[in-house]
Design a protein around this ligand. Structure first.
Ligand SMILES: C[S@@+](CC[C@H](N)C(=O)[O-])C[C@H]1O[C@@H](n2cnc3c(N)ncnc32)[C@H](O)[C@@H]1O
Length: 288
């Protein structure tokens, strides 16, 4: 399969919405803003803070922190990828915002800052893309000043609704084999999307040195009617620019013709049906 997404800023601006209708996209944006506001409320940003937005992407958290500081404090937009920092820079320049921020090109597993240099560390949907979560959390602890706060939101994909739970063996060829494949790839310890949950994150935080970190699991249930055109996008939209889409994951187990038939069966079975989905996430608030 040809790659359909070149880099993170493209993924954030376009790819992640490709399976959604306009209405769902608008709901998604509202939800992202609500998540952002919860993280920032927990973080209690003031103008005295040095805020590190780790894996800033297009600046969802950092831009709001900057607004809360009225550009009189310091926000560090940090990401492993230059295209993300360029995207933040472009937005800031377009809006004539010239003060109160810096950029840091850095991996979160090795943050290029001295220890005890920031007062607030923020993250949204970053650990879910990192294989070694302990290394990233150790780094957050290291760069935070004593009394500093780490506030984050991460999806817990391992326990989300699986395809096989939405389907029925009577209508899907080789249902049991696809169910087994999905169960297997969801347990790969080297797959960053699946190799953690709320309990492992709490352990990581404690091991890094945080005392009594709050890790609140949230389970969200949603319902919607499936439209035929959504289904190919479910299978071919990559969860990040560098990870396999669901079709590619099934191709590790079956020839392409079999996967294509499965996708058609899913399309025919689910189109027009109302489905119920369970999505899980954690909200983290930890003080050094
Ligand atoms: C799902 S996006 C989230 C972006 C942003 N935090 C938001 O809420 O919109 C994941 C971000 O993590 C960044 N990222 C991926 N691997 C990274 C790493 N090893 N170190 C730092 N950032 C990383 C990506 O470039 C991307 O911006």
């Amino acid at each position: 399969m040809k790659p359909i997404c070149q880099n993170w800023s493209q993924w954030l601006n376009e790819t992640r919405f490709s399976a959604l209708t306009d209405e769902m996209k608008a709901q998604n944006m509202k939800w992202l803003e609500a998540v952002r506001d919860v993280i920032l409320t927990y973080a209690q940003i003031t103008q005295n803070d040095v805020v590190l937005d780790i894996g800033t992407g297009t600046g969802l958290l950092g831009m709001k922190a900057l607004e809360m500081q009225k550009c009189q404090g310091k926000v560090i937009f940090s990401d492993k990828f230059q295209d993300c920092l360029d995207s933040c820079k472009e937005f800031l320049e377009k809006n004539d915002i010239t003060e109160g921020y810096e950029f840091l090109l850095s991996e979160c597993e090795h943050i290029a800052l001295n220890e005890c240099t920031v007062t607030k560390a923020l993250m949204r949907s970053v650990l879910v893309h990192i294989v070694d979560k302990q290394a990233a959390i150790n780094e957050v602890y290291r760069v935070l000043r004593h009394g500093g706060l780490y506030c984050a939101f991460e999806p817990i994909i391992r326990s989300n609704t699986k395809y096989w739970e939405l389907l029925h063996p009577e209508f899907i060829d080789r249902y049991d084999e696809f169910k087994a494949a999905e169960e297997e790839f969801s347990k790969d310890p080297l797959d960053p999307l699946f190799n953690f949950d709320d309990k492992t994150l709490k352990k990581n935080l404690e091991e890094a040195g945080f005392e009594n970190p709050e890790v609140n699991l949230q389970v969200v249930k949603s319902k919607y009617v499936v439209q035929r055109e959504m289904i190919p996008a479910w299978f071919t939209t990559p969860p990040s620019p560098t990870t396999k889409c669901t079709k590619e994951r099934f191709l590790m187990y079956f020839p392409e013709s079999v996967v294509n038939k499965f996708m058609k069966d899913v399309e025919n079975f689910l189109t027009g049906k109302e489905i119920s989905l369970k999505t899980n996430a954690v909200l983290i608030c930890a003080k050094k």
